[in-house]
Design a protein around this ligand. Structure first.
Ligand code: G6P
Length: 609
C-alpha cells in the first residue's frame, strides 16, 4: 500500500529509484512521482498511472541528473487519483518534499492549524500535512524538524524527506508502515521492501516504530522522535534476485503458482521427523506447554490469509481437538472480544504488515492471549509483535493475488496443528502417516500443474459468463471461498463462494442456463452430499466444473468438466484442490486481457485499516 524508494550516494539516482519503484509496484500503482535535488534545487515529476508512465514523464521533462532523490508509487487513501495528489508533496517555504506510506489520523486538525499559520495546500492528501508541518517547524535542521513534526502526528507512516537547504541529507522515519535502509558502499537505499534494495546491497536494517534516520553520504544516525540515539540491527537480507524476477514467466502470479511444489518443500524442510512421528517447529517450541494445554485457538487474518485460517480451523478441531474460531481481524479488533485463560491467538499474514491483523493481534495480546504468527515476511511488523511463530518460507510473493502464500499458510497451520495434536492426543504412528502424506504433496502439485493446458481450455469455455459459483464442504468450503476470491480479484468476474449446502438457502435462485458452478468434489466424508448438490445445480441448467479425485470416472456422468487432483487425506486436500482454481482465475484474467499482477483497485499489502 504505497511504495517508497530513496537514494543518497555517488551514483545517478534516477535509474536506481525507478528500478526500485518498479519492484514495489505491487504495493499500489494508481500514480507515481519522483523528486531529486540537483545543484541544491528540487526537481519533481509526477503522474497519474504506472511507474512506466512516470518514466516517460521524467524523459519528457529531462534533466533528472543527480545523486540524491526519492520516489513513490501510490495507492490512494485521502484524495482521488490525480496528479496533484500524487507524491512527493512539497512544502511552501523551505523547498522540502515528502513521500509517505500510511495514514495520518489527525490530519484534519493539523491542516486547520497549518492553514491558520498561513500555509497553502494544493492537494487533498494527508501527506501534504506532514510536509507543511515539517516546514512550519524547520529551524535549519531537517532531522530535528522531522522529529518535532512526528511528535505531533498520530497514525501510521513511513516517510522520506529531502530539502533544498540541506543538499547532502536524506531523513527517513517509520511508525506502523515498513521501511528499510540498505547500506551500500558509500551509498544508501531506503525502501518499503527489500525487493527494491537487494540488487544493490544485502546489508540492511529495518526501522523500528518511531525511529528517525538522518542519512548523509558520510554515514547515518538513528534516533527516535525525541532524539534519543538508537542502535539499529544491521542484518543480511535473505532474499535473492532470482526470487523477485519473472524468470521467463509472463506474470508473477503464474510463476508463483508454479513455484508451489518448491515453496511447500521449503516450508516443510527440517520440520518433519517422520521416523519419530513428530513435527519440529523451532519457532514455537518454547511455548510447547502452552500449546499443549491451550483451551482455545483464535485465528485472525484478512483476505486470502483468512481462508487459509479457516482451513486451519478445521484441522485444529478435527485433528488436534482444540476449540478453534476464525475472525476477520478488522472485526475482532473492535469487537471487545472475550479472551479466556488458555487462549492462543494466531495472526496469519503473508506480508506481516496488514494493519487490521496487526491491531487484532495487539488487542488479543493486551487481553492476555499468547500471540503467535504464521507469517511469510521475516522481521515484518506482525512477526515482531508476536511471542513466537512459524514462518512460511515460501519466498517473496509479488503477484497481488496470493497463491503460494496461501498454500504455505495452510501447510504451516497444518504443521502447527499436527505439532499440537501429537502433544495432545495423536499417536506417533498416526502423525508419521500424515507427515508421509505431507511429504508427497509437492510431487502431487506438480502432477496438477502438468494439467494447466486442460484447465486453460476449460476456463476459456466459460469466459463470457459474468456470474460464477464456487461450492465445497468441510475442509474445502474455505477452498471454495478462495476460488471465488481469486476469480473476482484478477478477472473482475462476479463470483460467490459458499458451503455447498448453503446454496439451497437463497443463492440457488441465481442459477440459470449455463451458469458456471465450480464444485470441489474430491473423495471425502461428504462426497455423496456434494454429489447431491451437483445434481441440484444441474437440474436447474447450471454448468458444473468439478475438482475431483483422480480415478473418479463416475463423476464425469454428472458434470460438464472435470479437473482432477491426486488422492490425499482430507485435511490436506485444500492444498491440492486450490491449485486448479488458481489456474482458472489466472487463465480467465489473461483471456479477458487484464493486468494479472496489478489488478484494478487492489494492493498487495494493506497497511491501512
Ligand atoms: C490484501 C491482498 C490479499 C491478502 C490480504 C491479506 O487484500 O490483496 O491477497 O490476502 O491483503 O494480506 P496478508 O499480507 O496479511 O496475508
Amino acid at each position: 500500500m504505497c511504495g517508497i524508494v530513496a537514494y543518497i550516494g555517488h551514483r545517478q539516482a534516477k535509474p536506481i529509484l525507478l528500478e526500485g519503484l518498479k519492484r514495489l509496484e505491487y504495493r499500489g500503482y494508481d500514480s507515481a512521482g519522483l523528486a531529486m535535488l540537483i545543484d541544491g534545487k528540487l526537481k519533481i515529476g509526477r503522474t497519474v498511472g504506472r511507474v512506466s508512465m512516470l518514466e516517460e514523464r521524467l524523459e519528457q521533462l529531462g534533466g533528472f541528473d543527480g545523486t540524491l532523490g526519492l520516489c513513490h508509487t501510490r495507492w490512494a487513501t485521502h484524495g482521488g487519483v490525480t496528479e496533484l495528489n500524487a507524491h512527493p508533496h512539497r512544502d511552501d517555504r523551505h523547498g522540502l518534499v515528502v513521500v509517505h506510506n500510511g495514514i495520518i489520523e489527525n490530519y484534519a486538525a493539523l491542516k486547520t492549524y497549518l492553514t491558520e499559520r498561513g500555509h497553502t495546500f494544493t492537494s487533498d492528501t494527508d501527506t501534504e500535512v506532514i510536509s507543511m508541518l515539517i516546514s512550519e517547524l524547520y529551524e535549519g535542521d531537517l532531522e530535528k524538524a522531522v522529529q518535532a513534526a512526528l511528535r505531533e502526528v498520530t497514525g501510521a507512516y513511513a516517510i522520506a524527506v529531502i530539502c533544498e537547504k540541506e543538499p547532502d541529507t536524506l531523513v527517513v522515519a517509520r511508525k506502523g508502515s515498513p521501511l528499510l535502509v540498505g547500506i551500500g558502499n558509500g551509498e544508501y537505499i531506503v525502501a518499503s521492501d527489500a525487493a527494491a534494495i537487494i540488487s544493490h546491497t544485502g546489508q540492511a536494517f529495518m526501522l523500528d516504530d518511531y525511529n528517525v534516520v538522518k542519512i548523509t553520504r558520510a554515514g547515518f544516525r538513528t534516533s527516535d522522535i525525541h532524539n534519543t540515539p538508537v542502535t539499529p540491527k544491521v542484518t543480511q537480507l535473505e532474499i535473492d534476485l532470482e526470487q523477485i524476477e519473472l524468470g521467463g514467466y509472463p506474470h508473477f502470479m503464474l510463476k508463483e503458482i508454479f513455484e508451489q511444489p518448491k515453496a511447500l518443500r521449503a516450508c516443510c524442510s527440517g520440520r518433519m521427523d517422520i521416523r519419530d512421528g513428530r513435527v519440529v517447529l523451532g519457532g514455537v517450541s518454547t511455548y510447547a506447554k502452552e500449546l499443549t494445554r491451550a483451551r482455545r485457538v483464535i485465528l485472525t487474518a484478512q483476505g486470502t490469509a483468512l481462508h487459509a485460517a479457516m482451513i486451519g480451523r478445521y484441522l485444529l478441531e478435527d485433528v488436534a481437538k482444540v476449540p478453534t474460531q476464525t475472525e476477520y481481524a478488522s472485526e475482532f479488533r473492535y469487537r471487545n472480544p472475550v479472551i479466556e485463560e488458555g487462549t492462543v491467538v494466531i495472526a496469519v499474514s503473508q506480508s506481516g504488515e496488514t494493519a487490521d491483523t496487526l491491531a487484532a493481534l495487539k488487542e488479543a495480546k493486551e487481553r492476555g492471549a499468547l500471540a503467535l504468527g504464521v507469517i511469510n515476511v521475516v522481521g515484518s511488523s506482525i512477526a515482531r509483535e508476536t511471542d513466537a511463530g512459524v514462518y512460511l518460507r515460501v519466498g517473496p510473493e509479488i503477484g497481488v493475488a496470493s497463491t503460494k502464500a496461501f498454500t504455505g499458510q495452510v501447510a504451516a497451520l497444518s504443521l502447527l496443528g499436527l505439532f499440537m495434536a501429537r502433544r495432545r492426543l495423536m499417536s506417533a504412528d498416526a502423525c508419521a502417516e500424515m507427515l508421509r502424506e505431507f511429504e508427497a504433496l509437492p510431487a502431487k502439485i506438480e502432477r496438477i500443474l502438468e494439467q494447466a493446458p486442460h484447465v486453460k481450455r476449460v476456463t476459456e469455455r466459460y469466459i463470457d459468463r459474468e456470474n460464477w459459483l464456487f461450492l465445497g464442504r468441510g475442509y474445502n468450503y474455505p477452498t471454495a471461498l478462495e476460488g471465488a476470491l481469486k476469480l473476482k480479484e484478477i478477472s473482475y468476474i462476479h463470483a460467490e463462494g459458499m458451503p455447498a449446502a448453503e446454496m439451497k438457502h437463497g443463492p440457488i435462485a441465481l442459477i440459470n442456463e449455463g451458469m458456471p458452478a465450480v464444485f470441489i468434489a474430491n473423495k471425502g466424508r461428504q462426497y455423496e452430499k456434494v454429489m447431491s448438490n451437483i445434481a441440484e445445480v444441474r437440474s436447474r441448467g447450471g454448468h458444473v466444473i468439478a475438482v475431483a479425485t483422480e480415478g473418479d470416472e463416475h463423476i464425469k456422468k454428472y458434470v460438464q468438466d472435470v479437473l482432477y487432483i491426486p488422492d490425499v487425506p482430507e485435511p490436506l486436500s485444500p492444498i491440492l484442490a486450490v491449485i486448479p482454481l488458481q489456474l482458472m482465475a489466472y487463465y480467465a484474467a489473461v483471456a479477458r486481457g487484464h493486468d494479472v499482477d496489478k489488478p484494478r483497485n487492489l494492493a498487495k499489502s494493506v497497511t491501512v485499516e
